[in-house]
Ligand binder design. Structure first.
Ligand code: ASP
Ligand code: MG
Length: 458
């Protein structure tokens, strides 16, 4: 089939991001290719690694991987990728490229087992997106779209904080304008989420699930008018549909509410995704690549309705740290010292409550994270300042909506219905858009179900 040069519609550009399940196999990739073909405003495609690949790479990037396990993990990755390429007419040339990358991956992984480094860890994690982006560019070609592979590391410049690198925004903006934008008139660029490169050219990663954030940064850098995040669910739901079948997709939601949801939420979007979108006022669409016509959620500055209750988010595996110091009584500067320690270790705090002599803080403990967050070193350093207790096994529930702190009866609407549970760390008042609290992990589903029933179904 000849490749159509589908020109960009004047002045309109969409960055489309496909998550791991959307590029998991050939059929899934083909559906995504049709989505791109059907809307010529799609100019930049950002892909995650095919589902399962990053998890294997995470294992390969660790210490103590035996030769047998390493071979197995790499063979699994190869199987996933070759099962896609076998459907393509360019299979032969593409497989040469894939094999070449597999060889480099094998070398890196073997080296890692001999001499572990964080830098090498990121190098290894970055292979998944390199496979999927090369393959997806060819799938686009196979449906007649001029899809071209682009190595995002040329422009996604970061610091050298391997595992959670920070992007140098000015550099990205300048490099994107000179290296990426000129290509977009006649090509649909297919590039990698999740990875970047530091000043020395080493591969870095932006943290698990970071492809959404990459896509938003690219949308900002090329001044796109739209960002589409294609995933395996029809948008953002009022709560996790696995918890209650009453959950339903939300048509539209404001940036403010969605940012709270992403931070406290069911991990549909990487929490940082909306920051670039908000900065540049780019509407974000979240939809399912399996059912592109089934609608989805539009996230934008202005929305038609602003209900008090929009959704309930649940985040599991929270760590609660309570620091206590009798010296804090009538003293100043204690909180500053605690936060200096946390900042030094790059830990970000989610919720805080304080009493006169103690402070409780929560930290997220993301599943699949490549790094221990609250390390022994941090706890020991805090112990120099105060008594420290650490608790696990808690879930954070956030009720998200509008004017939450200025609406009468919010407290009783929420807490009356769940007064038979042990609720802790209620945070109400700092945000217009949310009220949140902790419950024991074992009660979390029940609390969400009951609140959803009260706040949304009646
Ligand atoms: N592939 C990476 C991950 O699984 C990044 C992403 O998919 O967003 O975390
Ligand atoms: Mg994701």
């Amino acid at each position: 089939m000849s490749v159509v040069v589908n020109k960009a519609e004047a002045g309109k550009m969409t960055v489309a991001k496909f998550g791991g399940t959307s590029v998991a196999d050939y059929q899934a990739m083909l559906r995504c290719a049709q989505i791109i073909k059907n809307d010529t405003t799609n100019r930049v495609v950002v892909v995650s690694a095919s589902a399962g690949v990053t998890n294997n790479l995470v294992r390969l990037s660790q210490e103590n991987v035996s030769d047998a396990e390493r071979s197995q993990l790499i063979a699994d990755i190869a199987r996933i990728q070759f099962a896609i390429t076998e459907h393509l007419s360019c299979q032969q040339t593409l497989d040469i490229e894939i094999n070449h990358i597999l060889t480099t991956l094998t070398q890196c992984a073997t080296q890692q087992s001999l001499n572990y480094t964080l830098q090498q860890s990121d190098e290894i994690l970055g292979f998944g997106e390199q496979f999927s982006s090369r393959i997806f560019a060819q799938v686009l070609q196979s449906v007649g779209v001029n899809g071209q592979y682009f190595d995002v590391r040329q422009i996604m410049k970061t610091d050298s904080l391997f595992g959670k690198a920070q992007v140098e925004l000015n550099e990205l903006a300048t490099l994107a304008k000179s290296l990426l934008t000129p290509l977009l008139d006649e090509q649909v660029i297919v590039t990698q989420g999740f990875i970047g490169s530091d000043a020395q050219g080493n591969t870095t990663t932006l943290g698990r699930g970071g492809s959404d954030y990459s896509a938003a940064l690219l949308a900002e850098a090329i001044e796109a008018n739209n960002l589409s995040i294609w995933t395996d669910v029809v948008g953002i739901f009022t709560t996790d549909p696995r918890i209650t079948d009453q959950a339903r997709s939300i048509n539209e939601i404001s940036f403010g509410e969605a940012a709270e949801m992403a931070t406290f939420g069911a991990k549909i979007l990487h929490p940082a995704t909306l920051i670039p979108a908000m900065r540049q006022d780019i509407p974000v669409f979240v939809g399912s690549s399996k059912e592109p016509d089934a609608g989805g959620t539009r996230i934008q500055r202005q929305v038609d309705s602003n209900p008090t209750y929009r959704s309930i988010a649940l985040r599991r595996e929270q760590t609660l740290v309570t620091v206590k110091s009798p010296q804090m009584l009538h003293a100043s500067g204690f909180l500053a010292k605690v936060f200096t320690v946390l900042a030094k270790h790059q830990l970000s705090v989610d919720l805080i409550t304080t009493s006169e002599i103690s402070v409780a803080l929560t930290f997220d403990n993301p599943h699949g994270s490549t790094q221990a967050l609250l390390t022994k070193a941090v706890v020991e350093e805090l112990e120099q300042l105060c008594e420290v207790s650490v608790e696990h096994g808690l879930s954070l529930i956030a009720v998200i909506g509008n004017k939450i702190h200025g609406t009468k009866g919010v407290g009783s609407s929420i807490f009356d219905k769940v007064n038979d549970f042990n609720i802790r760390m209620i945070c109400h008042g700092a945000s217009n858009h949310n009220l949140c609290f902790l419950v024991p992990e074992a009660d979390a589903n029940q609390v969400v179900e009951r609140l959803h029933d009260t706040l949304f179904t009646h």
